[in-house]
Design a binder for this molecule. Structure first.
Ligand code: NAD
Length: 285
């Protein structure tokens, strides 16, 4: 498994397993299988309502906690300074873990500027090893950078070959985040059949004896993205890990990056309003 180095000096496996849209029962069934297949990086969130199941499956797998990289995310209701620390503790309690490797602010609303101080304090106390932002437009990342003692180590946004985020990445690099690691959600286009049917992916899949999905994941890795495709299918789980024995040429990367930039679900400049919903995360099976 190839890893990237975070600003805190720790390693983040570049390919992980995401559990968005998975029920607790699905996590209980699929996550041990994913860990057994070789995944060492898990991406969850308060808002996925499956942290309890993730923690349980990790313990049941028998994997050494230090060998795993676990990310979770806080929703805007947790950002006020006085709320943020207790909600980080609540997340750790649901996961049954002493620390998480990465904690993200999930959406760019509410008191994220004052909350950032509580995130930094969680790093100081060892409850969280790295902190970052998800779905934050450039101007809101700037607001965090103005107050940050610890800069975001990770920026998680939607990235796929139809939405490569080159402009967004360049803007943040210019603003002092050159050492941030970018994570791409919906890396396979969230099941968009048109993406995997693109002639360039079919052709490269044939050339390298891989599937179009593997070629897309390989493109992500060579773009420097960290990705964690979701799969409930053991064959896909294994397939998605098997992307480290071939390499796209510079010309092939350029062909992928010449695809039209038209397919995305959310744009960092205008994330969807549904994120304002407040939830009670304690209600988990
Ligand atoms: P994805 O692009 O990974 O697509 C998953 C879909 O692709 C599923 O339908 C799956 O069956 C299919 N698939 C998986 N492997 C395949 C293969 N080898 N061949 C063909 N089809 C395959 O999108 P996703 O799963 O929704 O997102 C990945 C992860 O990103 C989530 O689990 C979550 O961790 C994260 N995420 C974060 C945010 C955020 O706001 N921060 C939002 C969405 C998702």
């Amino acid at each position: 498994m190839h890893s990237l180095t975070l600003a805190n000096g720790r390693q983040i496996p570049q390919l992980g397993y995401g559990v968005f849209t998975m029920s607790s029962e699905e996590v209980a069934r699929c996550l041990p299988e994913a860990i057994a297949a070789g995944y060492t990086h898990i991406d969850t969130a308060n808002a996925y309502f499956n942290e309890v199941a993730v923690g349980r499956a990790v313990r049941a797998s028998g994997a050494d906690r230090e060998s795993l990289f676990v990310t979770t995310k806080l929703f805007p209701q947790s950002y006020p300074y006085a709320q943020c620390g207790p909600d980080i503790d609540a997340s750790l309690e649901r996961l049954g873990m002493d620390y998480v490797d990465l904690m993200l602010f999930h959406q760019p609303y509410g008191d994220y500027v004052e909350g950032w101080r509580a995130m930094e304090e969680a790093v100081d106390s060892g409850k969280v090893r790295a902190i970052g932002l998800s779905n934050f437009p450039v101007r809101k990342v700037e607001q965090i950078l103005e107050v940050a003692r610890i800069k975001p180590a990770v920026i998680q946004v939607e990235i796929n070959p139809y939405w490569n985020q080159h402009t967004y990445k360049a803007a943040l690099t210019e603003r002092g985040l050159a050492d941030a690691v970018f994570e791409g959600w919906y890396p396979l286009g969230h099941g968009d059949k048109a993406l995997l049917a693109e002639p360039v992916f079919r052709e490269l899949a044939e050339k390298y004896g891989k599937t179009p999905a593997q070629v897309v994941l390989r493109w992500h890795l060579q773009e420097g993205n960290v990705v964690f495709p979701t799969s409930r299918n053991p064959e896909h789980m294994r397939e998605n890990l098997d992307v480290f024995d071939f390499e796209l040429t510079a010309e092939e990367m350029a062909r992928v990056n010449a695809l039209p930039q038209h397919a995305y679900y959310t744009v960092p400049e205008e994330p969807p309003a549904f994120v304002l919903v407040h939830n009670d995360y304690s209600k988990q099976a």
